[in-house]
Design a protein around this ligand. Structure first.
Ligand SMILES: Nc1ncnc2c1ncn2[C@@H]1O[C@H](COP(=O)(O)OP(=O)(O)OP(=O)(O)O)[C@@H](O)[C@H]1O
Ligand SMILES: [Mg+2]
Length: 243
């Protein structure tokens, strides 16, 4: 469904993404891990066609994102880092706008918005100005706009960042539920999240893939069985600190 081949992105002399290759099949929930500045968001921006690669290619169901960006983007729902939104709109007017842009028939829009709002728990704030919403509610509005067209592919850049523990749990459940018929790539700094929702983990450091395997394979790398030890060892080369 998603094929990434030798993807590269340079900003001037700096290589933010340095030859990343992997493919993702339906039913997979891929967790992107890596230290700050590793190149996770830059890779996601290239997968979603928001950033043009310096080299390499991204294919969505066989279609190169840079050759036919519109047909690729139709299949993708994207929650960008920090969930940027138009803050002077309300969730309802924003979702109406997105629904129209996503070509959802006008007769279906209102009911689709109600359904999505219930899914991400924003029904009570649908008519409140986005600027005045708390961080967690803004994140949930960001999730709503990513899934409103029921895309086959979901790219979620830190979907649970800023959510309270209950909402983290709910969003993880939502991700699990959606994974039945979608391909999902999410990034996170919460290692337990990878165990909780991902079927596969990729660790990126300095623009390169340094681990690609299942969460249990990742855990198995450390004698202590602690994910943060393995993460530290893989990303810094430092021996794990044993508990
Ligand atoms: N437009 C840009 N111009 C210059 N440098 C950039 C640009 N966008 C990203 N970078 C640099 O590329 C590197 C990778 O950034 P990226 O946002 O992909 O990291 P990340 O893995 O998502 O990190 P985080 O965990 O902090 O979100 C960083 O060093 C960043 O400063
Ligand atoms: Mg990022």
């Amino acid at each position: 469904m998603i094929e990434i081949q030798n993807l590269q992105k340079s900003f001037g002399e700096f290589r933010a993404v340095d030859g990343v290759s992997f493919s993702v099949k339906p039913g997979e929930v891929l967790g992107f891990l890596g230290p700050n500045g590793a190149g996770k968001s830059t890779t996601m921006r290239m997968i979603t066609g928001f950033l043009t690669p310096t080299g390499g290619a991204v294919r969505i169901a066989g279609v190169d994102v840079n050759v036919d960006p519109i047909s690729a983007k139709k299949r993708i729902g994207y929650l960008p880092e920090g969930a940027p939104l138009y803050s002077d709109m309300t969730p309802r007017t924003l979702l109406e706008f997105i629904a129209e842009a996503r070509e959802i028939p006008s007769a279906e829009r209102a009911s689709r918005i109600e359904k999505i709002a219930a899914k991400v728990n924003i029904t009570g704030v649908l008519d409140q100005q986005i600027e005045t919403l708390s961080k967690g509610y803004k994140r949930r509005v960001g999730l709503a706009q990513a899934i409103i067209h029921d895309p086959e592919i979901l790219i979620l850049d830190e979907p649970t960042d800023g959510l309270d523990p209950n909402q983290k749990h709910e969003v993880r459940q939502l991700i699990q539920e959606m994974s039945k018929d979608k391909v999902i790539i999410l990034s996170t700094h919460i290692l337990e999240e990878v165990e909780a929702v991902c079927t596969r983990a990729i660790i990126i450091t300095q623009g390169k893939v340094v681990f690609d395997g299942t969460p249990s394979e990742l855990k198995g790398r450390s004698p202590s069985g602690r994910l943060d030890d393995v993460f530290r060892e893989i990303t810094t080369g430092t021996a794990p600190v044993t508990a």
